[in-house]
Ligand binder design. Structure first.
Ligand code: ZN
Length: 102
């Protein structure tokens, strides 16, 4: 389906607004393997001036039923939640397009 961008009026394939927005707030979700093979899901790139990371981490932890911490502006969740985090963040009002969970 070809949608038109509400910002610039161009078709989504031609418009760069989304690209610009991605650069403004680019959330990256990735998993890392820690010691003893423990998987952690890291959520990076959230602007801490705009968003309360503590609150966000709290919500994610309760929604995903896992433990986690905040380190240097990065939310670390215990376990592999990459697939779910994107959904959870979008439910919290983040644009799915700005979340890179590839
Ligand atoms: Zn546009």
């Amino acid at each position: 389906m070809s949608e038109v961008c509400p910002k610039c009026g161009l078709k989504k394939e031609l418009c760069v607004c989304e690209t610009i927005a991605k650069e403004e707030q680019r959330i990256k979700v990735r998993t890392v393997k820690r010691r003893f093979g423990k998987i952690m899901t890291l959520i990076e790139g959230i602007d801490t001036k705009d968003i309360d990371l503590k609150d966000l981490a709290k919500n994610l932890k309760s929604n995903l039923a896992c433990g986690g911490t905040i380190k240097d502006g990065i939310i670390e969740l215990q376990g592999d939640h990459k697939d779910k985090v994107k959904n959870e963040l979008s439910k919290m009002g983040f644009a799915k397009e700005t979340i890179d969970a590839s």
